[in-house]
Each structure stands twice: as C-alpha cells, then as structure tokens.
Design a protein around this ligand. Structure first.
Ligand SMILES: Cc1cc2nc3c(=O)[nH]c(=O)nc-3n(C[C@H](O)[C@H](O)[C@H](O)COP(=O)(O)OP(=O)(O)OC[C@H]3O[C@@H](n4cnc5c(N)ncnc54)[C@H](O)[C@@H]3O)c2cc1C
Ligand code: FES
Ligand code: FES
Length: 525
C-alpha cells in the first residue's frame, strides 16, 4: 500500500487507507475540519465545497472549488486541499485572528444567517476571488478591500449598460461571475446579501499567500494503489483503489479486472455511492492520466480528452465550438463542472446526459481504447440500449472527436424545471448548413425522449434538400414532435415532451433567422 498523504490548509496529513470508499468530506470532518458540511450528499447544495490546487494548464495553480461529498478521499493522494478554516486566520488566546476578504464581506453584508451553507459559499467565492482572468469592468471603480465599499455602487456600475456582455445579474463590476456560486444553495439568508458580498470583493493583496501560490505548479498526479482486506463478516472491507500513472497501465489493469469501476470526476459515481450505497470492490481512477487530458485542434477535427473536466474543456475551447459553449453553462453547476468529464457523462450511457444531444449534432466520434488497441465509433452508433453501449469489457472512452468544419447554424436547448443546475426533461442539439437558401445538411441530437440519446433522422430528412424557410421549419417541427418514444415520469409527461420538441425546432429557426428579420423590420421603419 502506498503512503497516502493529503496537504490540507498547508499541513500534510496521512490517510489510513482502510476506508477505501470514504468520501473526502467525511475524512475532512473526522480530521476535525468541520467547516465543510453535508447538506445533501448529492452534489446539489454546495455546503461541502472546498478548494483544490489544480493545474491551470500554464504551469501554475488554479484554486478550484469542488464538492467534497462526492469524490473518494483516496483520489486526493498527493494533492492540496483548502477548507474554509484554511482561509483567514482563526482567533487564538493571543491573537484576534483575521477574516479572509471573502469571509469579511459575507459577514459585514449579512450574507450568513444559520451559517450552514456559509463555508461552502466561502470556498466557491474564494475560487472566483482568485480567478486570474477575473477582470473588473473597464471604467468602473473597484471597491476598496476594507469591507466599507458599497456593493450597491458595484452592482450599479455593472448595470451601467456600457458593455452588453456584463449583465448585472451575472457579473459584478469587479468581474465576479455569479455563476461561480450556482452550485451553492442557501435556505435562509436570501441571495441578495450574498451577491452584495461577491460584488464588493476587490483584488487579492500582493502578499496574499493564495494569490502568490497561483504562480507555482499544482501538485503533480500521484500513482496510488491501496488494497484493504478486513472488516467484519457482515461488512467485509475487501476493496482496491488504484490510480494508474499512465493510460497503458490503466488499460492493462482494466483488462485484468473488467468488472472494476472507472471513476473520473466521481460526480455520478459519488452519488451512486452515497445514495445507493454502491461499494465496488475495485476502483480505477482515471481523472489524472495525462493521455486522457489533452485537447488537440487539427485541420479536420478537435479532439477532447475524456478526462478533461468540463470547466477545463470550456476554458480551452474558449467558445470556438458554439454548441459546446451553449452546453457548458447549462450543465449542472460550476462546482460539478470543475470535476465532471465528458468521458463520465457518456460512460454512464444515460439517456438524459446533456452532452450526447450536443455531440450527436456535432457528428462526434468516440475514440475507445483497450489493452487490444484503439477504435473510433460514431457517437450515433455508441448507445445500444438503456444505459448500454458498444463498449466491450476493459474498454474506456479515451477522447471525443469533433469533425471540422462545424455547421453554421447551431443551437442547444435544455428544457428543465430550473434554468440552471437541473436535470433535463428534454434536450436538443441542432446543427444545420444552408447553401443558397437550401438546407444541405442537418444533424439533430435528442436526449430524454427514448431509452438512449438519439439522432432525429426523420426530422433531418424533412429538412435536407428543402428551402430554409418557416414553412419547412414548421413541417420539420411536426416530424420532430413525433420522434422518439418519450416516457411519462416525474420530470415531464410524454405529451409535454413531444409538444416541446416541435417548439424547439421553431425556436431554433427563429433564433437562426431572428436577427435577419429584425434588421428587415428596422429597415422598413
Ligand atoms: C448535482 C449534479 C448535477 C448534475 N447535472 C447534470 C447535468 O446538468 N447534465 C448532465 O448531463 N449530467 C449532470 N450530472 C451528472 C454528472 O455530473 C455527469 O454525468 C458527469 O459528466 C459525469 O462525469 P464524471 O467524470 O464525474 O463521471 P464519474 O462519476 O467519475 O463516472 C460516471 C460513470 O462513467 C464511467 N466513466 C467515467 N469515465 C469514463 C471513461 N473515460 N470511459 C468510460 N467510462 C467512464 C464510470 O465508470 C461511471 O460508471 C449531474 C450530477 C450531479 C451530482
Ligand atoms: S453535501 Fe450537498 S453538495 Fe455536497
Ligand atoms: S445561512 Fe442558513 S442556509 Fe444559508
């Protein structure tokens, strides 16, 4: 067994390894660090959020907030974690202590009542406070960093309307993106005071240790192997957790143990463990294998490593694949996206995973790898039944390949009960090319309307070769409403799902053609 050590709030601590399924949150709390709380154990509330020092892709560190209730403790071997206790300095008999800027703003602006959610908010807020590309909106004063600045002034400045991308509800004058808090729920304070605290934050001081730490490399991945046997007859502990150093090692291990559970971000696997009590005998962690964490742009394709987190992929793509740029903000919360991967989303084979409709519309292929070698499979042929795929034992998703050029008219719509951080009732990705007024290609990916994500082939046929007009869109919308075999469940009725599908095509058409119509109308005025 390797010696498991995690640096928490600057202090290296040993992990016994005799509880291989223990979640990071439980271990931290057992260590006496009870700031992080358990609210839901499902990644929904953010009460458990902590900061992790992650590679920023440029040789430095990015402070990244993640849920501690989902990943196994062993996944943090050799890593550096900061909890709410590690920000600021606690009072001692000889000193009054010092609040971190984020803690002080939350306190002075009334951002905390019962306080249960507060440590999680503090960690998410601190990650955004230290985001290196957080840039104050030009021409607005950055509030002083002494707790006296007016958050209203900051909010007002952001509402000045000079810059259309700086929506006052989403981003403060200090560049603080409120979506960074989308995974944190508060049941008593009300979000106005929390927003005020976020928008009142200034810049980190030059000697701020967390700011300085950003220039240094994040901890490198550590190969980990923990095998435990023991426990009681009723609750045997026999289990193994392995973090292979390379893809070749991972594939060899997976070939020898095809029943092992792969884990990447653990945002699905953690829920399975917490809520359904799954305790796989063997876990192979693949989230830090370099070969699965690349993003390559060629002339004919963009290839995204299966274990890049969604936040990392979002930053690396920087809007160059508009369909993915639409997907990311609607996928869970920032806390979840900081850990979740495309490989994990497709690995579940779920019919309601949000990446599949987008990737189907993009005509994506999956690079599957096993000890036998690699093969490339169109995503449209990957799903074979409810949570079943063409993957054979010992095979994992290495990368997602998006062919170029991209279609010119695209859109992703996710229909859910809440706009953010919710599971889709229906999701649809559209990608259409129009040449001289005629549709020359159409790909439509759907989720939530069948046992697997599907291509809406009848609708695609109703579009291709036809004039790109509202009449064609209306005929295709009828075809789309009849696609799939939607079910009734607690999220939506089958009738609702079908009705909404047709509407989504009309919405796509209106959005694709809307600006043209607006210009014509204005011109006529
Ligand atoms: C609060 C919350 C909100 C969520 N919101 C959304 C949402 O809006 N949309 C959505 O689609 N999903 C959502 N999810 C589900 C989840 O976050 C995604 O499915 C995520 O992409 C899973 O990635 P992961 O790396 O965490 O997977 P893990 O949990 O590590 O693994 C999930 C499964 O995939 C397998 N797997 C992992 N990597 C690979 C690989 N490379 N090859 C083959 N198999 C692999 C694992 O064995 C496991 O069975 C949400 C989850 C939570 C907890
Ligand atoms: S306890 Fe709710 S997100 Fe972790
Ligand atoms: S302060 Fe009570 S839940 Fe947020």
């Amino acid at each position: 067994m390797t010696d498991i050590r995690i640096t928490v709030n600057g202090e290296a601590r040993s992990v016994s390894g005799d509880r291989p399924h223990e979640r990071l949150l439980d271990w931290l709390r057992d260590e006496g660090l009870t700031g992080a709380k358990e609210g839901c154990a499902e990644g929904e509330c953010g009460a458990c959020a902590v900061l992790v020092a992650k590679d920023d892709g440029r040789g430095g560190t990015r402070w990244t907030a993640v849920n501690a209730c989902l990943p196994p403790t062993l996944a943090f071997d050799g890593q550096e974690v900061v909890t709410s206790e590690g920000l600021g300095e606690p009072a001692t008999p000889i000193s009054e202590g010092r609040l971190h800027e984020v803690q002080r703003e939350m306190a002075v602006r009334g951002g905390s009542q019962c306080g249960y959610c507060t440590p999680g908010f503090i960690c998410s807020m601190a990650a955004e406070f230290y985001r290196e590309d957080r840039t104050p909106v030009a021409g607005t004063a950055t509030p002083a960093n002494d707790g006296t600045a007016s958050a209203d002034a900051a909010a007002d400045a952001s509402a000045a309307g000079d810059c259309p991308v700086h929506d006052e509800h989403l981003e403060g004058a200090n560049g603080f993106d409120l979506h960074s808090l989308s995974g944190n729920l508060c049941r008593c304070t009300g979000y106005r005071a929390i927003r005020d605290a976020a928008f009142a934050l200034g810049e980190p001081e030059a000697d701020d240790p967390f700011a300085r730490r950003r220039a240094l490399a994040a901890p490198a991945p550590v190969a980990t192997r923990v095998r435990t046997t023991g426990g009681t007859r009723r609750q045997p502990h026999e289990a193994e957790f392995t973090r292979p150093a390379t893809l070749a090692e991972a594939l060899e291990l997976y070939a020898a143990n095809p029943d092992a559970q792969l884990v990447a971000g653990s945002t699905d696997a953690g829920v399975e463990s917490n809520i359904r009590g799954t305790r796989p005998q063997r876990v192979i962690a693949i989230d830090r294998i370099d070969e699965l964490r690349t993003l390559e742009r060629g002339d004919d394709a963009i290839v995204i490593g299966a274990a890049l987190t969604l936040s990392e992929a979002e930053r690396a793509l920087d809007g160059t694949v508009p369909l993915l740029a639409e997907l990311f903000p609607l996928f869970a919360s920032r806390l979840i996206r900081n850990a979740a991967t495309l490989g994990g989303n497709l690995g579940t084979g779920s019919p309601i995973g949000d990446s599949a409709p987008v990737l189907l519309a993009l005509g994506a292929e999956l690079v599957l790898a096993s000890a036998e070698g690699e093969r490339t499979v169109p995503l449209a042929e990957y799903f074979t039944g409810y949570r079943q795929t063409v993957r054979v034992p010992g095979e994992l998703i290495k990368a997602v390949r998006i062919p170029l050029p991209l279609a010119t008219k695209t859109a992703f719509f996710k229909v859910a009960k809440r706009r953010f951080d919710d599971i889709s009732s229906v999701a649809a990705g559209f990608a259409v090319d129009v040449v001289d007024g005629t549709v020359v290609s159409a790909r439509i990916g759907l989720g939530g309307v069948a046992a697997t994500p599907i291509r809406a082939t009848a609708t695609e046929q109703a579009l291709v070769g036809r004039e790109w007009s509202i009449e064609t869109a209306a005929r295709a919308a009828e075809a789309l409403a009849a696609e799939g075999t939607p079910l009734d469940d607690m999220r939506a009725s089958s009738a609702y799902r079908s009705a909404v599908l047709g509407q989504l095509l009309m919405k796509f058409w209106a959005r694709a053609e809307g600006p043209t119509l607006t210009r014509t109308t204005e011109g006529a005025r």
